[in-house]
Design a protein around this ligand. Structure first.
Ligand SMILES: Nc1ncnc2c1ncn2[C@@H]1O[C@H](COP(=O)(O)OP(=O)(O)OP(=O)(O)O)[C@@H](O)[C@H]1O
Ligand SMILES: [Mg+2]
Length: 224
């Protein structure tokens, strides 16, 4: 998680640095900067500062403690994480497809907590797609209704999960990542959060083809 945020912050910072370095070089050489150039560079700097602030504000919300539950449209946390982390996928040439049902009943959950769960799933998906290293990698996020429950699925085109580790992936500290690369806590924390809201997590996987994690939640009692 923390490394994902650091990465996401480094991008706007390096654009800001490039812009500022360009301006200071021009000034030091006593060269005139064209109005058009000055406008482009300053607009870029302002835009990237806004992006960095949005990421930081979001992280502050993320860290808020305690279980909060509100009447929540499950599409909201999905759109939020794609808005903030979608860029990480674009730069890696991984497609993200959203297929969201806009007429789902609300659930009782906290948007920030669900974002944490979805982010864990999406970061895992990105990792396995990169590991596979084939072009055409894709993550698909769907929301749909399933037998009266509200479902969200995250599918990837990675290498799937072999049978002998499938029943271990939700255990705390179980990881197949290199030492230092993963804590093995992502799925176990996600499982705990989903349980807090009366939900379930299921996995469908096919070795060589990909994996789908499906979350299902009860609709809130006053739902239509
Ligand atoms: N989409 C996926 N495809 C294939 N294997 C997966 C997928 N998601 C999880 N796994 C397997 O489950 C293990 C545990 O995942 P989990 O998210 O709990 O920890 P991690 O990703 O290894 O570490 P961290 O989440 O701290 O970065 C992973 O190491 C990987 O072996
Ligand atoms: Mg993980």
């Amino acid at each position: 998680m923390a490394s994902g945020v650091a990465h996401e912050l480094n991008q706007p910072l390096s654009v800001i640095r490039m812009g500022a370095t360009f301006l200071s070089k021009m000034i030091n050489k006593g060269r005139k900067i064209k109005d058009e150039e000055l406008r482009t560079v300053t607009e870029q700097i302002v835009g990237q500062v806004d992006r960095a602030s949005a990421i930081i504000n979001h992280m502050r919300d993320f860290a808020r403690v305690g279980i909060k539950t509100t009447d929540l449209d499950v599409n909201l946390p999905i759109k939020n994480i794609i808005g903030i982390f979608g860029q990480q996928f674009k730069v890696r040439d991984i497609a993200i497809e959203l297929d969201l049902d806009d007429n789902l009943p609300h659930i009782m959950a906290d948007s920030n907590k669900l974002e944490q769960v979805l982010l864990n799933l999406v970061v895992n998906a990105r990792h396995v797609i990169e590991e596979k290293g084939e072009p055409g990698g894709k993550v698909t996020i769907r929301s749909f209704s399933d037998k009266g429950r509200v479902a969200v699925s995250v599918s990837d085109t990675g290498n799937g999960i072999p049978d002998h580790i499938l029943d271990k992936i939700f255990e705390p500290f179980f990881t197949t990542k290199k030492v230092g690369a993963g804590t093995g806590l992502g799925l176990s924390i996600s499982y705990g959060i989903v349980k807090d809201y009366g939900g379930t997590i299921d996995v469908k996987t096919e070795v060589g083809i990909g994996t789908t994690f499906v979350l299902k939640f009860p609709p809130c009692s006053n739902a239509k």
